[in-house]
Every structure is written in C-alpha cells, then in structure tokens.
Write a protein that binds this ligand. Structure first.
Ligand code: ATP
Ligand code: MG
Ligand code: MG
Length: 545
C-alpha cells in the first residue's frame, strides 16, 4: 500500500475504527455484456486491492439483470481478466440473477409497506410526469392503487400475464425531489426475453437501482465502490436499504472518478460496435483498450497494475494520456526482456573483404540492466541492414551509413560503403561494403570514429517473421465515432528478418528489437514455421514531439 492513503482507504480506516464493520467486503460488479477494458482494470485494482490490504475479500459478481445483452462468453472474459491481473475472488463467481427470488420478495415487502406501486403509464407519460429540474413532477393516478391491487398486479406481472411496458413497479418516494432520480424510480420492468442463466423463469427483471443495493446487502458487502456517474443513484441506494429496515450492517456506496484515456473509446457498447462491425479483429485485437487486447499485444499485468497505481483514485473525472500507460509497459519491460536484432525492411549488404563466417557472442542486456545472458550471433559476408539506415543523399544530421560515413554493425565491425547497386527503376538493391578487421566490438583498435551503431542480421541464417505494428486506434484525442478511426492503425510487415536466437519453441516471449521497440510473440498466431510478433510499444515516446 502506498504511503499516502487515497480517500477510499481513509473511509475504510474510519469505518473500521468506529466499529461499523468487522470485515471489509468489496465487490467488482460488471455487467457481462462485453469484454472488460482498462477502466475495469482500475475498478478491479481498487476493489480487490482494498480487500487485500484490509484482509477482507472481494466478490466477483455478474450484474446480469439485462437479459438481452448478456452472455457466458463475457463472464469468462471477466474471470480471465481478474485472474490475469493477479487477483482472486471470494468463493464462486456470484450472479445477481441468483438473487432474483430474494429481490422479488423485497419488492413484495415494499408494496406491503405502501412504499411501492404498480404503475401503468406508458414510457412517454412517465417521462412527462417526472417533471424537470426546475419543475416538480406529478404522481401517476395509479399510485393510488390499494396494496392488495398492487400485490395482485405484481404477481401477475411475474406470471407473464402482461406485455412489455404495460406495467412497471415503482418506488413511492417523492415526485418533487430535487434529485430527479428520487421521483418514484422504477424497480421492476417486464421483459419477455431469454436470460442466459435463468432461461425463461423470469419475465420481470429488477432495475439496477433496486438490484444493486440489495445484491450488495445480500452478500454482506461493506463498501460498494462505483464510478461518479452513480452519484445521484446513491439516494435510491440508501432509500431502498433504509426503508426495508434490514438487519445491520448494511453497505454504503462510495464514488470515484472513471478512467478515461485519450485516442480510444472505452465503453463496452462502443467497443462492441467495433468488434461486430469488423473494424478490429475481435475483442482481443491488440489495438483495443480491452484487457484481452493488452494481454495479446504483450502488456504485462504488472504494467497495468503500476499504471492503475500511478493514476491514483480521484473524485473528479479526468482524461489520462495514453503515453502514461505506454511509459508503464516500457518501464516494466526495460529490466526484464532480452535485446536482439531485427530488420524490418531489409537492404542487402555484401562485405567484399570478409571471407568465411564466425559467431559473435553478444550480451542480451545492456550494462544498466542487472540481468545475465548472451547468445551467439552468426556473421558472414552477406548481411541485411535496415533500409533506412543507409542514405545516398543524407540530410545534415544523419549519423548512420552513407557513401562518406562509416557505421558500426551492433556487436560487430565497422563497415564503410564502397558502392551502391540500383535496379532499372533506380531503387537501391544492394550495398557493397568493406569492414575493418581491427574494429570488432569489444576489442576495437581501429581508431575509426562512428556516430552510431545499427542492427543487422546474417543473410544465411536470418529467420523470417511477420511483424504487426500498431498505431493509435483513433486519430484524434477524444474520438466521437467511427469516422475518427485511424485508417493506419495496423501495419503488417510480412518479411522482417531476425537473428536465429529470436525463434524459440515457446510462444510466450518478449524481446526488445534494438532500436525498434518491444515485441511479443502473438499468442494465437505464432508458430515456429511462421513466427508472428506484435509490437507492444516503441522505445521512446514518439508522441511527445
Ligand atoms: P461500460 O460503459 O464501459 O460498459 P460500465 O460501467 O457499464 O462500463 P460495468 O460492467 O457495469 O461497466 O462495470 C463494472 C465496474 O467497473 C463498475 O463498478 C464500474 O463503475 C467500473 N468501471 C467501468 N468503467 C470504468 C472506468 N472507465 N473507470 C473506472 N471504473 C470503471
Ligand atoms: Mg454498468
Ligand atoms: Mg455500460
């Protein structure tokens, strides 16, 4: 736990001190209607993190009260995300739908208390009767129904005797409340839909405002932590639990600021649109801000946890710069992953004065990374360098290979360009070069000064890989819709070349391709015969220009 306590932990401290709760029980309550995103990661960190810090526990509860949008595949994705981030829930996964019978009993109780009624206005009338911020609403004539009549109608709603929208159950609170949400909120609605768990058992479903507080109470939750947009729902939360005179202790709701990140969208509804419309390749597309997307791209759980820790828990909404997340993954991988060489766009170089071949022992890690390990890099007469590491007509500050300027081959020798070979269209197809035998890295006595070292691979032994380079999914900071999608968010290079050490039997590997960035063997598509690597992140923040 960091030294400076966030406001939620301060509340928990006070509640423990005052004896309000003996045990801290939180919950993470997603609706299984999409894959979880990094906003959910923040909520997961908060809820599971507080439970861990206070020796309590956190429930994973599927808030499955909306039968038309929910599915088991989303339940699995949510479980995977929580586990991947390193947390574990108390007991089994819970489902609000398991509480439907209890929640219904509470509804009957409210009706018996005269605190809830069956309304038969239509949607439009309900809206109109509710009034506005400046104008009190008026109560429906149906609010005068007797308790007996309400009980009878509610039961018949449950039995399926009515059409959708014909009746609803409402709390009887205050049609002139300043908080509009308190103007007789809806508790139950009719939905003749198939539910993925309760099947066709129910045709009435509790509204969020009724189901959520009661589910928290049923589970013995102490702190019900949600995002700021539920601030106005807190009054209903309290009203339901207080009106029902439940045995204490009861949970209280606390709100924190939702996480927003620029250059992407975050709501499951918008993400679903991208997935269903094939604007991306599934929920785990590495361009998406979904946990599955980050995982497939090669982000580590540690980097996401660090990010959530860094951004902190605030009470005011704000937009976080995506480069902050990129900093976290770079920072994590820097001390963990081996450095190797990859050439994305190969340019052939023939070293005319080199004969035979050799293997160069090269460390996997730079001096400032306290890790050991090395591999042998094959070297011979024909190699490939990055096309952009040679310039025939270099700009002023160019410090790589030119006709006049030598360059070091990383871990190997200094080479000098002797001749450029072009094809019929004037494209450079080969460089003829010479190396200096006394310039070998580590034992250089040549005295030649070079301005940089470039990556290369041995032509005879290099392996071909596919490289998937990702850019921002949207081209503007606060995307509005599909028209803001970045058309170049995915760039695939089919024939990049790597040194042999990159190809291993295990697909779960990350490398730094020197000077290119951090890469991850795609967990789905990678095979030894056709290796595929995803670019996780570049080496430095190329956006901070
Ligand atoms: P979305 O609109 O993206 O689907 P949601 O709030 O409807 O989000 P739920 O599945 O209901 O998603 O959310 C589960 C939990 O995760 C809730 O407690 C919610 O407040 C939290 N959560 C969702 N999005 C964010 C976010 N961007 N930042 C922080 N917490 C979030
Ligand atoms: Mg929700
Ligand atoms: Mg939502």
């Amino acid at each position: 736990m960091s030294e400076h306590k966030d406001f939620l932990r301060t509340i928990v401290d006070e509640d423990l001190k005052s004896g309000k709760y003996k045990k801290i029980i939180t919950r993470f309550p997603p609706e299984p209607n999409g894959f979880p995103h990094i906003g959910h990661a923040k909520s997961i960190c908060i809820n599971f993190g507080i439970a861990r810090d206070y020796n309590g526990y956190c429930n994973l509860r599927m808030d499955d009260t909306n039968p038309t949008t929910e599915d088991t595949k989303y339940v699995e994705a949510l479980k995977d995300a929580v586990k991947w981030l390193g947390f574990d829930w108390n007991d089994d996964v819970y489902f609000t739908s398991d509480y439907f019978p209890k929640i219904y009993d509470y509804a009957v109780e409210l009706v018996k208390m005269g605190k809830a009624y069956v309304d038969s206005l239509n949607e439009e009338e309900i809206r109109e009767y509710r009034g506005t911020v400046n104008e009190a609403g008026r109560r429906s004539i149906y609010a005068e129904r007797s308790i007996e009549e309400n009980l009878d109608l509610l039961e018949r709603m449950k039995k399926g005797e009515f059409k959708e929208g014909e009746h609803i159950l409402r709390a009887k609170i205050d049609m002139s409340a300043a908080n509009m949400k308190m103007r007789d909120p809806l508790l139950y609605r009719i939905r003749h839909a198939h539910h993925f768990r309760t099947q066709d058992e129910w045709c009435i479903y509790p509204m969020y405002d009724f189901a959520h507080c009661l589910s928290d109470y049923i589970e013995g939750v102490s702190h019900s932590i949600c995002t700021l947009e539920f601030e106005n729902n807190r009054d209903i939360y309290d009203w339901v639990l207080d009106t029902l005179n439940l045995v204490p202790p009861r949970p209280y709701q606390h709100e924190f600021a939702r996480l927003g990140i620029n250059y992407t969208v975050m709501s499951k509804r918008k993400l679903l649109e991208l997935v269903n419309g094939n604007y991306v390749n599934g929920w785990d597309d590495p361009r998406l801000p979904t946990i599955a997307g980050y995982k497939r791209r090669g982000y580590t759980p540690e980097s996401i946890l660090n990010f959530c820790d860094q951004i902190g828990i605030a009470k005011a909404n704000s937009m976080v710069d995506v480069s902050q997340l990129e900093f976290c993954i770079r920072d994590d991988l820097n001390t963990k992953v081996p450095r190797v060489m990859c050439v994305l766009e190969p340019l052939k170089v023939t070293i005319e004065n080199y004969e035979g071949s050799e293997e160069i022992e090269a460390s996997y890690y730079p001096h400032d990374v306290p890790k050991e390990g090395s591999r042998k890099i094959p070297f011979s007469k024909v190699i490939y360098i990055e096309r952009e590491d040679f310039e025939e007509n270099p700009p002023k500050d160019y410090n790589r290979l030119t006709l006049e300027q030598p360059v070091r081959l990383r871990h190997a020798y200094i080479i000098t360009c002797k001749e450029i070979i072009k094809d019929a269209n004037g494209n450079i197809v080969e460089i003829k070069a010479e190396y200096n035998p006394t310039s070998k890295s580590g034992s250089d006595t040549s005295g030649i000064k070079v301005k940089s070292a470039i990556q290369w691979v041995d032509a005879a032994q290099a392996k071909e890989i596919e490289v998937r380079l990702y850019d921002r999914l949207y081209s503007c900071e606060a995307p509005d819709g599909l028209e803001d999608l970045n058309p170049n968010s995915l760039h695939i290079i089919k024939n990049a070349l790597v040194e042999p050490a990159v190809i291993t039997d295990s697909a779960d590997v990350r490398f730094q391709f020197e000077r290119q960035g951090y890469f991850y063997a795609d967990p789905i598509d990678y095979t030894n015969e056709k290796p595929v690597f995803n670019k996780i992140v570049g080496l430095k923040d190329s956006w901070a220009k």
